[in-house]
Write a protein of this length. Structure first.
Lengths: 267, 319
């Protein structure tokens, strides 16, 4: 597994009606292999932009991203993506969705069936291979998306609000699934979320980002993700240490929001 | 309508569009009303029969066959200047304005057994069907790739936008004189006219099929290692199939709508040709039979396409 290095990344969007938005300003960090990084922040702080740059969907205006020392120039199979809405291919069965990556590199579907079966097992969808994706619930579709991403055995998994569209109960179950996948595969994960609680329970490392210009404002290294592998996540979330960090970040984000409202009113 | 639907328990149903559905009884009723009106106006209601008897007697006196159909009787009657078309006929709607159910039915029988003007009805029908299918085939074969290109490339979009927007609003009938002079009479301009009718629809359908692909699906495919070609064949085209199919259905409807115009190009066989020839002989019954066959074929092919759609694209609307 390779480590990720983001070096002095700057992103400026030109608006169609003139003017520009400074989405990211001089963002730098290193992420060792096998860490789970969550990106948190108010809307407009550039967290999704940063994820898209790491994925290679966007080229930064300045700076660069290296994975294992190699510059990222575009999307690639070593950085798997999971989106908010499955982005599954609904014309194919669950099994064929999962084998999509291997098939793109020339493998036959029937040759990768054993891997597909074991991945279905891993994400808790035993026996669902022949189902059509539109027959599955939202939570199950996200399980397929995770399996599809893992089928390519990527260096990193990038997740853009993967649980954002799920109900609260499903969401908690999926958080546990993401944690166990992370622990079992040892892959690096970068996960964007707007839920403070989710960022804290999943984040081995948490970046709290701030807008205008988009930047990393605070960095937390937290024990909760690792503890949630053995302890009950709900007891963990109710604990004083968890609540303390949560309150700190929430009030910080509140302050930022107030500031934004203030500057907007003043304009 | 699902079993759990609570429409019957809704207290504020008026204006709630989800509680409005097509009640089968009323659909049947509308068909019955239509046929009854046709029967009433052309057959049942009108002046007393004495009128007809009177003129039939006059026809007899003139040496004509008294067992003629209403239409034939009336035509002879007029020819011999015995009848006054404004007052003499016994039904409210004269067969010169619209044929009766009986006349239409017997014309249909006559067409089925003897054909029209030495051509079997089967031949007319098949000629039209074949023409529509060829038009749709070429329209799709050219239109779909152009539409795909417009959805994929800014250059293609820019280039073809001008052409599509310039030609799309032209009604096919307006082009018929030009086509017959440029391409020649008959089949040579009938099929191109049908291609013209369907091609713009297919271009727009394929284009919007590509344009409406979710960005996340495209990005997911790239992250999974798909090349541009794989993205096109494994993701974008399957993703566009539902819209292309909708385009096909619309184009099919428009093709049937253009058929009669296309067959004015001087073809000898075809339902549209049959209708326009029948017009020259005032055979309203033949015209109505032709119209009914075209309507039935249109509905039949649409049902067929819907069936194909359910088989080939079961994911439609479930993405």
């Amino acid at each position: 597994m390779e480590s990720l290095s983001v070096q002095n990344v700057d992103m400026v969007y030109n608006l169609p009606k003139g003017g520009s938005v400074h989405a990211l300003s001089d963002v730098s960090f290193d992420l060792e292999a096998g860490r789970l990084l969550t990106l948190l922040g108010p809307s407009g702080c550039g967290k999704t932009t940063l994820l898209n740059i790491i994925a290679g969907f966007l080229a930064p205006t300045a700076g660069q991203v290296l994975l294992g020392g190699v510059p990222v120039t575009g999307p690639s199979r070593d950085r798997g993506m999971v989106f908010q809405q499955g982005a599954l291919f609904e014309w194919q069965s669950v099994a064929k969705n999962i084998s999509f990556g291997p098939r793109m590199s020339g493998k036959k579907h029937k040759d990768v069936l054993p891997e597909v079966e074991s991945l279905l097992d891993v994400v808790g969808l035993q026996g669902f291979g022949d189902k059509q994706v539109y027959e599955l619930s939202g939570g199950m579709q996200q399980r397929v998306a995770l399996a599809r991403c893992l089928a390519n055995d990527p260096q990193m998994m990038l997740m853009d609000e993967p649980l954002g569209a799920l109900d609260a109960l499903t969401r908690e179950k999926m958080q546990s699934l993401i944690l166990s996948l992370w622990a079992e595969t040892g892959k690096s994960v970068v996960l964007v979320t707007h839920s403070v609680e989710e960022a804290l329970i999943l984040g081995d490392v948490v970046f709290v980002m701030a807008p205008r210009p988009g930047r990393i404002e605070k960095v937390y290294e937290l024990p909760f993700a690792k503890r949630a592998l053995t302890e009950d996540p709900r007891t963990l979330k109710a604990g004083d240490d968890f609540q303390e960090v949560k309150e700190e970040i929430l009030s910080f984000i509140w302050e930022m929001e107030e500031e934004i409202m203030g500057t907007e009113a003043g304009q | 309508m699902s079993k759990t639907d609570r429409s019957d328990r809704k207290t504020a149903a008026f204006g709630d569009s989800s509680s409005v559905r097509s009640l089968p009884f009323w659909s049947v009723l509308s068909a019955v009303v239509l046929i009854l009106t046709w029967w009433g106006l052309t057959t049942a209601w009108g002046f007393p029969d004495e009128f007809r008897d009177q003129f039939q007697a006059a026809a007899l006196a003139d040496g004509d066959d008294p067992n003629l159909s209403d239409r034939e009787f009336f035509q002879q009657c007029q020819r011999d200047a015995v009848c006054d078309p404004d007052t003499s006929y016994t039904q409210f709607v004269s067969p010169l304005i619209f044929p009766s159910i009986g006349d239409t039915w017997s014309a249909a029988g006559e067409l089925v057994t003897e054909g029209y003007r030495n051509t079997a009805l089967r031949t007319h029908t098949w000629a039209s069907l074949w023409r529509v299918m060829r038009g749709l085939f070429w329209g799709s074969l050219i239109g779909i790739p152009v539409g795909l290109a417009m959805g994929l490339s800014s250059r293609a979009r820019g280039f073809f936008d001008t052409i599509v927007e310039a030609f799309r609003p032209i009604p096919p009938l307006a082009l018929l004189p030009l086509f017959t002079l440029s391409f020649g009479l008959g089949e040579k301009s009938a099929v191109p006219l049908l291609v013209f009718a369907s091609i713009w629809i297919m271009i727009i359908a394929a284009r919007s099929g590509i344009r409406n692909a979710q960005l996340s699906k495209v990005r997911a495919a790239y992250s999974l290692g798909a090349s541009k070609r794989q993205l096109l064949t494994k993701v974008l085209i399957p993703n566009a199939l539902p819209e292309i199919f909708t385009g096909l259905r619309v184009a099919l409807g428009v093709s049937w709508g253009t058929l009669v115009a296309a067959e004015l190009s001087g073809v000898q066989e075809g339902l549209g040709a049959m209708i326009s020839i029948a017009k020259n002989f005032s055979r309203l019954d033949v015209i109505v039979v032709g119209i009914v066959i075209i309507a039935l074929l249109g509905v039949l092919m649409d049902v067929l396409l819907r069936f194909l759609e359910a088989v080939l694209i079961p994911w439609r609307g479930k993405g």
